[in-house]
Each structure stands twice: as C-alpha cells, then as structure tokens.
Design a protein. Structure first.
Length: 277
C-alpha cells in the first residue's frame, strides 16, 4: 500500500509550484530554487545535475551550486555508485522536529488509539499541504498483524477521504484545488471538478467524507474534519479498511465523529463541526 503513495519529508509542498501564484513577488529566488530541487528529489528519489537542470529549467551551473550548498547542510547527499543526488539525513531530522512539535498530532494520538481499538481499523490523521494530504500520525490496526508505518506518506487531497473532509470546510483552498489538474490514481478517482464540488458540498453538510478505491485499489476510508481554536479546519482523521469490508457501519461512523470532536475540543474548538470559512 505505501509503495503506491509518495513519501513526504516536509509539509510545505505548495511552495514547489509557487511560480505563477498571487504574491510570488515576495519569494526569494534562491530559496525557491533550492526548495524546487528538494521537491524534485522527493518525487524521483535520485537525479543527476543534468536531469535536475532539465526538470527545473535552470542552467546546470546554477543547479550544481544549489546542490553543493544543500549537500553542505546534509539536505542532499550524493550516491557514490551513480553520482546522482538524493535527499539527505538532515531532511529526516527536520521532519521529526515538525512532528514532535505539532500539537494536532500530539492531541490526536490518544484518540486515534482509542478509535482503532473501538473499530478494529487503522486510523490516519492528516493535514492539507498544497494539493495533497500528508499523514502526520498512523495508528495501525489493533489485530497484531505486521503493518507498514505510514507517517509521512502523501495522498492527493481530491482522492482521499482525509482531503475531502478538510477541504469541505476551506472554500478558498477548495477553489485552488479544483482549479488544478486532478491526477487519476485509479479508475475510481473522481477527477471532474463539478463532481468534486458536489461531493464536497455533501461533506460540509454531514461532516463525514468517504472514498472507495480512489487512491489505492482495495483500500477505502471514511474521514471527519478536525478544527482548531479559530474554527478553521486544520486537519482530518480517518478510519481505513479493505474495500472488501465496505461499507462502514453507523457505529464506526459515530466513533469517528466522536474522535474528531474530542481532538477538536482539545485544540480549543468551540463547536464541531465548525462552519466553513
């Protein structure tokens, strides 16, 4: 399952396509280019200077200087065998610091464990990052089976219950995501903007989002939004199950709503669900 989803080392993916967006005049070019190098390596894992230059449409000498600087800080390292570059150990250190200081994750951990125990399902907590959802906490199924850790994986927001649950309460982010190209992950992925808009409207009314085989064949989920003290949807929590066990019964949905409400309350939210902003 994790092999079909991309590993994320940072929660600022939106910066990778910063060109052309409102407010880009405030972007520092050298920092933007360095970020683009890192995101290119995130997607392809290992690239040479010429490949990076072609992908980023920059001069090879420029890319070489950026890569050397990143390597000096261990953000990238060079593979001795191929000579290509890949993400370095400092990236992991930065990611771990982010997770350790993220209040949403710390508040969600105990409730995720309880939700997994009550439902017998795996539980994911995620946050919107650009057009994707990044998993910040993963609670495995409590059946003792061997399961891959999923913290850090990235799922397209439009193809995940997590993404739909958060987007439904973020109209401005919804418009941005709907205006972009929608990757088809499987034959079940909804890529039509009008259909996605209609589904998000239903999620805003029920505070529950669903996806069946949209991101990974054989896997489905139901998610609920998590709100912060300001009433803004800051993430979502989901139960994940094999599609063969679909649909999800009302007791599971009730437990999911309760978990989302409890996490939101601990984060200072006055009401759940909050009104979309």
């Amino acid at each position: 399952m994790c092999g079909k989803l991309r590993l994320c080392f940072n929660l600022v993916k939106g910066c990778s396509d910063v060109e052309g967006r409102k407010g880009t005049r405030h972007v520092i070019q050298s920092v933007d280019r360095a970020a683009r190098v890192l995101f290119a390596l995130q997607g392809e894992r290992r690239l040479g200077i010429a490949e990076l230059a072609t992908r980023l449409e920059l001069a090879p000498s420029t890319v070489h200087g950026i890569v050397r600087t990143l390597a000096a800080h261990y953000l990238v390292v060079q593979d001795p065998g191929s000579g290509r570059y890949q993400l370095g150990p400092a990236v992991l250190r930065l990611g771990n610091v982010y997770l350790d200081t993220l209040e949403l994750r710390s508040r969600a951990m105990s409730w995720s464990e309880e939700l997994a125990r009550r439902t017998g399902m795996a539980v994911r907590t995620g946050v919107l990052a650009g057009e994707d959802m990044v998993i910040i906490h993963h609670e495995p199924r409590p059946d003792g089976s061997r399961q891959m850790p999923e913290t850090g994986i990235v799922i397209p927001a439009h193809a995940s219950a997590l993404g739909k649950a958060q987007l439904a309460f973020l109209p401005a982010e919804t418009e941005r995501v709907l205006a972009s190209a929608h990757r088809s992950m499987t034959g079940e992925t909804i890529t039509d903007a009008a259909e996605l808009r209609k589904e998000l409207g239903a999620v805003a009314r029920t505070a529950l989002a669903e996806e069946k085989d949209e991101a990974v064949l054989g896997e489905s989920s139901v998610a609920a939004p998590i709100f912060g003290a300001s009433g803004t949807a800051i993430g979502a929590i989901a139960v994940v199950l094999p599609t063969t066990d679909w649909p999800v019964g009302e007791p599971v949905r009730d437990a999911l709503r309760e978990a989302a409400r409890n996490v939101s309350r601990e984060l200072g939210a006055i009401r759940w669900p909050a009104q979309s902003t």
